[in-house]
Ligand binder design. Sequence first.
Ligand SMILES: Cc1cc2nc3c(=O)[nH]c(=O)nc-3n(C[C@H](O)[C@H](O)[C@H](O)COP(=O)(O)OP(=O)(O)OC[C@H]3O[C@@H](n4cnc5c(N)ncnc54)[C@H](O)[C@@H]3O)c2cc1C
Ligand code: FES
Length: 278
Amino acid sequence: MTEEIKNSNWRLRKGKIIAAKQMTAAEKWFDIRLEDGSLDHEPGQFVQVELYGVGEAPISVCSSPTKRGSFELTVRAAGRMTNAMHKLDVGDYLGIRGPFGRPFPVKVMAGSDLLFVAGGLGIAPLRSLINYVIDNRKDYGKVDILLGCRTPSDMLFGSEIGAWQKRLDVNFLCTVDRGAPDWRGNVGLITTLIPGVTIQPERTFAVVVGPPVMYKFVIAELLKKNVPERQIVLSLERHMKCGMGKCGHCQIDHPKNYYCCKDGPTFTYDEVKASKKL
Ligand SMILES: Cc1cc2nc3c(=O)[nH]c(=O)nc-3n(C[C@H](O)[C@H](O)[C@H](O)COP(=O)(O)OP(=O)(O)OC[C@H]3O[C@@H](n4cnc5c(N)ncnc54)[C@H](O)[C@@H]3O)c2cc1C
Ligand code: FES
């Protein structure tokens, strides 16, 4: 094996599942240790998970790089590959390539206030960044976290969210589309939380991750609050095949022909606003 291939992120590495948990009916969480060292990812990056004889899928790393020794993934059962991943458990192995993709701009955002907006499974990539910021809390200003999910039982990382809620240096707000008899919190779309948050727009970065339908409405609320377009950071999801900028499957309909796999998945709003569909 040449030195180049050995060091390339494209090298297939063997990962062992050291912990796993069914988080909701559709989402399963995995803690994975690579047999030959650390992943060395940055918040916002993803890995290509390979199951021999089944296929490959891009999955965001949901743990912070400040956690050493292993990394975490949260997988929603969507089709062939992700359903096969749900059958895996502690002690099983999977193939890992990566990390890939442009990470969140943690250095550019240092010293600024941060407004995180997560919808549904969007909390998975954002959790990597949120925990990174919490572990480097003195490097960032005011932190607001807004989380929206369909129902209380769809909420991921419940106990960790409870810990964020208790922190005095973080403002955490949550809403569900549909409540439950014992739900005492907000009911309504995530956009309803934004007007109530006090921000200084010129010193705020808003980081938004969620289902495609959410972006248009959340961005409209952020622009109403005068957050500059270059300070709205998004993580986009596209159906990927090659993952290396060759096949065109993940192209974003944009004059600059961005590929989500190699130019993203993170973009600032001013970079992609010419796209018809975020
Ligand atoms: C950068 C990136 C990060 C991701 N992070 C996560 C993550 O943290 N957790 C997670 O559960 N999933 C994540 N995904 C989505 C995940 O990769 C897909 O759900 C998975 O590849 C589906 O493969 P499958 O074989 O299970 O389903 P398939 O059998 O391929 O497809 C099932 C259905 O989902 C559709 N589909 C598949 N992939 C996508 C996609 N990317 N966008 C829209 N529709 C799609 C198919 O058209 C089909 O209708 C991410 C995707 C990207 C691009
Ligand atoms: S997945 Fe092939 S170009 Fe991005």
